[in-house]
Design a protein around this ligand. Structure first.
Ligand SMILES: Cc1ncc(COP(=O)(O)O)c(C=O)c1O
Length: 410
């Protein structure tokens, strides 16, 4: 392993390019070609056309008036990113990188996925652009996210179940990096969050910044005085995209919400910025804050939301947390479920479990901030994908009876 020497690869102390020599040419090519594509009016035109017609951008910005009234504090607005095609913000990044892959003459795309949302978005983008697609997924995730596996296969992707390690997202990333080391001349690795070796964190931030840019304009249209923006943080792509146009200022407050899981004990959460257990280390090609042991092995984590249980955090968010520009808090599994129900009943909006962590933090924040000001929450995804988890958690007996009847009548 060797470390890149250019400071542009870093966000403060975090980031870099900690990969073996075999991957350097692939990363060098991306570092050279992505800025070139970004400046090319043809690339921008095609990206914007795809964002509008395929993804469905701009996504709405909803004043949650019933929720705001019920909470009795700051007004809450929801960036409805879950209305994007395939149900989450992941498609913004997938489409942009797939267009880049095609421009680079790559015929094949590989990706990792945990919950399946990034895999689904990548499979859809590849089907649209005529690229072959393989998605690596831990065997545990394949078992618990079967509907998304089925959907990826419908979209023509090959889903590779990984039986190594804890058989979850981190093992899928390892498998994808191994594949890419041997295949990069004709293959692009479409990483799913703002992490990994440089230039991925910056590339993914730029592709997700469309969420923040739209939100900034939509905030202005409301005439409201926004005190804070709130987003959930797995690897960090929806949060960094949402926060992006506000980072250089000192207001509004930017608040990232991690998975508080079922408690503060080791293995019970995925709090890298708030729990006091995380440490600085290197994994998956970059330096950041990780939940890892003394030997640098990534530790098991827990969250009810499959998208928030990654043991690391993107390097830019780690740096912004350390500088204080982004504040971090956590929401537990129970708080996320309560928020999910609260917004569903009062506003008719079904948050993804990941995004419900941000909703839970906004519910705490609204009374504290008080009337006359506003909060924007990023609903990074919609909750349809979670039915198999939420129904089991909230309506267990009826759900299990339904599943049994499906088996009985199969
Ligand atoms: C709906 C949704 N929100 C958030 C996340 C977390 O990812 P990130 O922190 O990169 O936005 C995921 C990941 O799968 C997701 O599906």
């Amino acid at each position: 392993m060797s470390e890149a020497t250019t400071t542009a690869d870093y966000f403060g102390a975090y980031g870099g390019r900690y990969v073996g020599e075999t991957l350097r040419p692939a990363l060098d090519q991306l570092a050279a070609e992505f800025p070139r594509a970004w400046r090319d009016p043809d690339f921008q035109r095609e990206l914007q056309r795809t964002q509008k017609d395929f993804i469905g951008r701009p996504t709405p910005f909803l004043y949650a008036e019933n929720v705001s009234r019920a909470l009795g504090g700051a007004d809450i607005y929801i960036k409805m990113e879950g209305l994007a095609h395939t149900g989450a913000h992941k498609i913004n990044n997938a489409v942009g990188q797939a267009l880049l892959a095609r421009r680079l003459g790559k015929k094949r795309v590989i990706a990792e996925t945990g919950a399946g949302q990034h895999g689904l978005a990548t499979a859809a983008a590849c089907a649209r652009l005529g690229l072959s697609c393989r998605v690596y997924m831990g065997a545990v995730d394949v078992a618990r996210q079967r509907p998304n596996v089925f959907a990826m296969e419908m979209l023509g992707a090959e889903v590779m179940s990984i039986d190594a390690g804890s058989r979850t997202l981190k093992d899928a990333i390892n498998a994808a990096l191994r594949d890419w080391s041997a295949s990069f001349p004709d293959t692009h690795y479409l990483i799913g969050s703002a992490l990994g070796p440089s230039p991925f964190p910056e590339m993914v931030r730029r592709l997700q910044a469309v969420v923040g840019a739209e939100t900034k304009a939509q905030m202005r249209e409301t005439g409201a005085d926004f005190a804070a923006l709130v987003a959930c943080v797995g690897g960090g792509s929806n949060a960094i995209g949402f926060f992006s146009p506000f980072i250089d200022g000192s207001a509004p407050r930017l608040i990232g919400v991690e998975a508080g899981g079922r408690g503060t004990g080791a293995g019970d959460n995925a709090s890298r910025m708030t729990g006091g257990v995380a440490r600085v280390g290197v994994a998956h090609g970059y330096k950041s804050r990780f939940l890892m042991d003394d030997d640098g092995q990534l530790l098991p984590t827990h969250s009810i939301s499959a998208g928030l249980d990654y043991p690391g955090i993107g390097p830019q968010l780690a740096d912004l947390g350390e500088s204080g520009r982004v504040e971090f808090t956590a929401a537990t599994d129970a708080e996320a479920l309560d928020a999910l129900r609260f917004f569903a009943r009062h506003e008719g909006v079904l948050f993804a479990l990941e995004s419900a962590h941000a909703a839970a933090a906004a519910m705490r924040l609204a009374p504290a901030i008080g009337r006359g000001r506003a909060i924007a929450v990023n609903m990074s995804g919609r909750g349809d994908k979670d039915l198999f988890i939420t129904a089991k958690a909230l309506d267990r007996e009826n759900w299990l009876a339904f599943l049994q009847s499906e088996i009985d009548h199969a």
